[in-house]
Design a protein around this ligand. Structure first.
Ligand SMILES: [Zn+2]
Ligand SMILES: [Zn+2]
Length: 199
């Protein structure tokens, strides 16, 4: 029974992910499996329409369409953040309990998926099928983790805004720092990811 529910959740979320995408690709399926595993590991029902489940994704791309389809977490809802390490992994946090788990595919799952699906399918489609079939324990490594930053500080300033005393732009959600008593946005404080080419 449990297995059937899990399979149907995978299928439903895969279909929802594919609807946002040109087609269902292997990484979307991995994202769906990671998202479902996150809910199960933290004891949270999915998909969510509240902000209790917060995800830190370690890459962007197709995998996140699958994660979003399974969990309901999005950048727009501020429940999905990207920490771009270039790894297909997600840390899921229950913001009420601060319990957190990091979920990543196990080494060798690509080959396992292809061998499960048999020789009839090209590798790409074998992965799409295989990633839906592999039991969660064999597909994913799920590790309890503790965050190394203050989650309350990250979440505690929702909705605030101040003007940066240097560029004059609004700074949202408490991301400003105070320099000489004035609010300064991180971009003006130094080390911005861009430089102006105007004038
Ligand atoms: Zn894709
Ligand atoms: Zn500024």
């Amino acid at each position: 029974m449990t297995t059937r529910v899990l399979e149907s959740s995978v299928a439903v979320a895969c279909a929802a992910s594919a609807a946002q995408h040109e087609r269902l690709c292997p990484r979307q399926v991995l994202g769906v499996r990671i998202g479902i595993a996150a809910g199960q590991a933290l004891g949270l029902t999915l998909p969510r329409d509240d902000k209790r489940l917060l995800l830190f994704a370690e890459t962007d791309g197709c995998v996140l369409d699958g994660v979003t389809a399974a969990t309901g977490c999005t950048v727009g809802h501020r429940t999905l953040r990207i920490v771009d390490y270039g790894r297909v992994a997600v840390t899921a946090v229950d913001v009420e309990t601060e319990h957190a788990v990091r979920i990543a595919p196990r080494a060798g799952v690509r080959e396992l998926a292809i061998s499960l699906a048999g020789d009839a399918l090209p590798r790409y489609y074998a992965q799409v099928e295989g990633y839906q079939q592999i039991p969660a324990h064999d597909l994913l490594r799920i590790e309890p983790v503790a965050l190394t930053f203050d989650l309350a500080a990250l979440l505690g300033h929702r909705g605030t805004r101040v003007d940066c005393t240097r560029c004059g732009e609004e700074v949202l959600n408490g991301r400003e720092v105070y320099v000489g008593g004035g609010a300064v946005c991180p971009g003006c404080q130094g080390g911005a990811y861009y430089r102006s080419c105007a004038g």
